[in-house]
Design a protein around this ligand. Structure first.
Ligand SMILES: Cc1cc2nc3c(=O)[nH]c(=O)nc-3n(C[C@H](O)[C@H](O)[C@H](O)COP(=O)(O)OP(=O)(O)OC[C@H]3O[C@@H](n4cnc5c(N)ncnc54)[C@H](O)[C@@H]3O)c2cc1C
Length: 388
């Protein structure tokens, strides 16, 4: 399945930075912004050739579920009507423009292969290039490693299989019925989209649905309250937030834009049965039904791969162990952008800035000496490419 391209970074000499940020998505850029405001030097290493490509690669019809007023990174609102719902490409372009606007020091085409510790410094390896750092912020995203069930390869090869990560539009599908597995917002969006040309079964447990049209006038009254809850109430500081974190990390969310009624009206058959295995090369539901389909779209979520981090960061649940992004067992190591890192909103564009600020403040407090005058934060360096 798709991961960030692993390009060897072109230079050969070791370079030292006070802080290396791995990943130039919304999380990494927010940390870079807050470090710059504190006059701390850093560099952002981004595997993709272009900032925003992570969004550009998502399915063609994707429009955000959050209005522009909640999609802004620190210091600059998305330049759209605050109640507009940006397309994925508008957000990608916004991220790119954000780098330009704040002259953030980003190197693209620089996929990090390993991170390890050497004494009191970190060693970040990127192809033949090594970066030495006092601090490392891992902002490499969560929606990177598509998960499919172990039995997926047993399906008959005549059935086209795609993860939602690789799905772009209905033209990729073969003629014939489609099984969409996973009933969260991507699953519902894709099921509705393909229903115009295919018989569709959408399988999986529904985790509720937002009881209003997210683009309605009512939403304008309700969303500010939900946004407050997502940032201030559902946090690791409250019993409700602590109870919610494992749920959020393990399961999909409620339906947002596309609801049960839309699916029903479009003729999508929804079943709460789970896809449990394979019989005679066809998907088998746990209610005993065998589905004769030509396509399976797995909307079964993503995992976080930390195997390239050669440090014991994973906790009992497999997620990096951290407090508000700070890894206490490894001073100078930070994570930003994890689902429910501190609050429900931590994984959202408009919510990541608060965690980024906390991490940047921690780094600034940790730094014993002023930033290096020769650092790229002060020079004219903007987005540079690491392609050899
Ligand atoms: C389909 C979908 C719809 C969503 N809709 C919304 C929405 O409407 N509103 C909202 O607020 N949120 C939404 N989200 C959630 C979230 O905002 C996005 O997933 C967001 O992209 C996460 O940002 P991030 O910076 O943490 O990670 P990413 O955007 O994944 O960025 C991480 C970056 O790190 C880079 N990287 C990864 N590994 C390495 C490496 N080893 N070396 C160098 N670089 C690396 C990647 O190339 C990538 O650019 C959506 C998510 C999905 C999947």
């Amino acid at each position: 399945m798709r991961g960030p391209p692993r390009r060897p970074y072109g230079r050969q000499m070791d370079e030292h930075f006070e802080t290396v940020i791995i990943g130039g998505g919304q999380a990494g850029l927010s940390v870079a912004y807050h470090l710059a405001r504190r006059d701390r030097a850093c560099v952002v290493l981004e595997a993709n050739e272009r900032i925003g490509d992570n969004w550009r690669r998502r399915f063609d019809s994707l429009r955000l579920y959050s209005p522009a007023r909640y999609d802004g990174l620190p210091g600059w609102d998305v330049p759209l009507d605050p109640w507009a719902y940006p397309t994925k490409d508008e957000i990608a372009d916004y991220l790119e423009a954000y780098v330009e606007r704040f002259e953030l020091p980003v190197i693209t085409g620089a996929g990090v292969d390993t991170l390890r510790r050497d004494g009191d410094r970190y060693v970040v390896r990127c192809g033949a290039q090594r970066f030495l750092a006092d601090n490392v912020v891992v902002a490499s995203g969560t929606f990177q490693e598509p998960i499919v069930p172990a039995f997926a390869p047993e399906l008959d090869p005549s059935i086209l299989q795609l993860h939602s990560d690789a799905y772009r539009n209905p033209s990729q599908l073969r003629d014939g019925p489609v099984l969409v597995v996973g009933c969260s917002h991507s699953g519902a969006d894709i099921a509705l989209e393909v229903a115009s040309g295919h018989d569709v079964v959408l399988a999986g447990r529904l985790h509720g649905e937002v009881p209003f049209d997210i683009e309605s006038r009512l939403a304008r009254a309700v969303l500010p309250l939900l946004w407050f809850m997502a940032n201030r109430v559902l946090t690791m500081r409250t019993p409700l937030g602590r109870k919610m974190r494992p749920e959020v990390r393990a399961h999909g969310g409620p339906l947002l834009r596309v609801k049960r009624a839309h699916l029903r009206d479009a003729g999508v058959e929804r079943t709460e049965a789970r896809v449990a295995g394979v019989r005679d090369g066809k998907p088998l539901l746990d209610d005993g039904r065998v589905l004769d389909v030509a396509n399976v779209v797995w909307c079964t979520g993503f995992g976080k791969d930390v195997s390239w981090i050669e440090l014991p960061v994973a906790g009992a649940d497999g997620w990096p162990e951290q407090t508000r992004g700070v890894v206490e067992s490894s001073p100078g190591l930070y994570f930003v952008g994890l689902p429910f890192l501190h609050a429900f909103a931590s994984m959202l564009i408009g919510g990541v800035g608060r965690d980024a600020e906390h991490v940047a403040a921690h780094i600034a407090a940790r730094a014993a000496e002023p930033a290096q005058p020769s650092s790229p934060m002060r020079g004219p360096t903007r987005v540079t490419s690491g392609v050899c």
